[in-house]
Write a protein that binds this ligand. Structure first.
Ligand code: THU
Length: 134
């Protein structure tokens, strides 16, 4: 699975975002170590804090399926009805959630149909909070 293919899956997932309040649609595609891919889209709620981000939707799906180690995550986001932003980075809550399962060298792929940028998770979130002692 190339980074472009993974980003294309995130772009496709973005099409299923449920965002009637913010009108900001996000898709995510999480690549497990064994090449399985898990998709997520943001799912908003009338009670705003109940909203689920795309990245955490993908993470919940992956962990539910038994996947716990990830080599890459692709994210695509932008205003509903418009082209995605060239670079939509994960929010702080999602960075913390991903830090439970992602490695410092897990690739974070952001972009749109034309642009693709890759960074390491450890660069985006260098000092996660953890209760693990290892
Ligand atoms: N959102 C995500 O899905 N991922 C992020 O990393 C940031 C924000 C969603 C939540 C909400 O539905 C909309 O984008 C606007 O904040």
């Amino acid at each position: 699975m190339t980074d472009r293919e993974l980003l294309n899956l995130a772009l496709r997932a973005r099409g299923n975002a449920y965002a009637p309040y913010s009108h900001f649609c996000v898709g995510a595609a999480l690549l497990a170590e064994d090449d399985r891919v898990y998709l997520g889209a943001n799912v908003e709620n009338s009670s705003y804090p109940a909203t689920l981000c795309a990245e955490r939707a993908a993470l919940a799906s992956a962990v539910t399926d038994g996947a716990r180690r990830f080599t890459a995550i692709a994210i695509a986001g932008g205003k509903e009805g418009e082209a995605p932003l060239p670079a939509c980075v994960p929010c702080g809550v999602c960075r913390q959630a991903l830090s439970e399962f992602c490695m410092p060298d897990t690739r974070v792929v952001i972009g749109d149909e034309n642009t693709l940028t890759v960074t390491d998770f450890g660069v985006l979130f260098p000092a996660p909070f953890t209760l693990k002692e290892d």
